[in-house]
Ligand binder design. Structure first.
Ligand code: SF4
Length: 359
């Protein structure tokens, strides 16, 4: 697994700071250049300070944007220059308790927007950065101000924001319209049946709040990616959800049907929730067929390619971020591997897909 945190050494009395590992000549005051290479430790310095990193090679972090935490002696890789999968964790707070949540909510919030702003300004050209939580829109004013500040200094960046869709208001319309070309909103909807959706997200009344807010995104012309994790609880109803989407949300750019991640609440509730689509793809296939017939886009995220019937494999994305992706020993000689999402690092064969068939 790719490490997102590195051991670092620097003056413990310093405040946390953001720096970029320079590739060649420094381009900004935050750029750090390599000045020493000792056994197991890389020494870097900026105009203001110096620090060391351990357990990494210079080429692996060239261009990366790091948040150095001197008190903990850790460097967080906020942006990996070579990766398209960079996400800022806005908050760990959330007002839902989804059955399969991979990042269970916490009470406390640490405001990181100042560091994120510096990091975004140092991002590689044209980067799309993910913003996730928790629920980022619990801090909507700060989030919107952060995005405004980034866009005012970088006209080449865009954001993919994961939100539960509970916190939009009519007063947000103008702001949503202003940035619609550079924001992609990923919003989960688990069922067209309010009771099923509410049960999955652990919040009574969530669907009743979500439905008008999705319409608001449509009114704003916002780019919308609907997201549905397939679970035992909602799998039979997927064709009805597809029908709902095509009737009420025809403006959605795509519908991502996703497999579960076995971590957080997802691990705790795995036995109760995991739906083995390798042995039963019927409801997914029917839902996708309906979307296709009505001219709307659907994609499959986090599905090992051999678990998807050939007629639907073209929709399966290599969606698992590189730092948490793995393949099984059986995948070694598989001819599909280059196009296959593989598995989450924390996937277990013993209670996972029954039918993994290398081809
Ligand atoms: S055998 Fe492995 S690499 Fe091949 S399609 Fe299945 S999961 Fe992917």
């Amino acid at each position: 697994m790719i490490q997102l945190r590195l051991k670092s050494e620097c003056d413990r009395d310093l405040a946390p700071f953001v720096t970029r590992i320079a590739e060649g000549e420094p381009q900004s005051a935050e750029d750090a250049t390599l000045w020493s290479l000792e056994a197991g430790a890389l020494g870097y310095r900026t105009g203001q300070t110096a620090f060391r990193l351990r357990g990494v090679a210079p080429a692996d972090i060239a261009g990366d944007v790091l948040l150095i935490d001197p008190r903990r002696q850790i460097a967080h890789r906020l942006i990996r220059a070579a990766s398209p999968h960079n996400t800022f964790l806005v908050t760990e707070q959330c007002d839902q308790l989804c059955l399969m949540c991979s990042q269970p909510p916490k009470q406390n919030h640490e405001d990181m927007f100042g560091h994120f702003l510096t990091a975004a300004r140092l991002a590689p050209p044209g980067a799309q950065i993910g913003l996730s939580g928790g629920e980022p829109l619990l801090h909507k004013d700060d989030l919107f101000a952060f995005i405004d500040a980034v866009f005012s200094s970088r006209d080449d960046l865009s954001f993919h924001i994961l939100t539960n869709g509970q916190h939009f208001e009519r007063g947000d319309l103008a702001w949503l319209r202003k940035h619609r070309a550079r924001l992609l909103w990923g919003v989960p909807i688990y069922s067209d049946d309010p009771a099923t959706h509410d049960e999955i997200v652990g919040k009574p009344g969530a669907f009743a709040q979500l439905a008008p807010n999705l319409s608001l995104l449509g009114l704003a012309g916002a780019a919308l990616e609907l997201r549905t994790v397939v679970l035992a609880q909602n799998a039979p109803g997927l064709p009805r959800l597809a029908d709902f989407i095509t009737l009420h949300l025809p403006f959605a750019a795509t519908w991502a049907i996703m497999q579960m991640e076995r971590i957080g609440f997802g691990r705790m509730n795995w036995t109760r929730c995991f739906f083995d689509s390798s042995t039963d793809f019927a409801s997914l296939g029917a839902a996708i067929d309906l979307m296709r017939a009505r001219g709307q886009s659907a994609s499959l995220y986090n599905f090992p390619l051999c678990t998807v019937p050939p007629a639907y494999r073209g929709l399966a994305m290599r969606s698992i971020s590189d730092w948490k992706q793995k393949y099984l020993p059986a995948c070694g000689a598989c001819s599909l591997r280059d196009n296959c999402a593989g598995f989450f690092e924390w996937y277990r064969e013993e209670d996972g897909f029954m039918e993994i068939r290398p081809q």
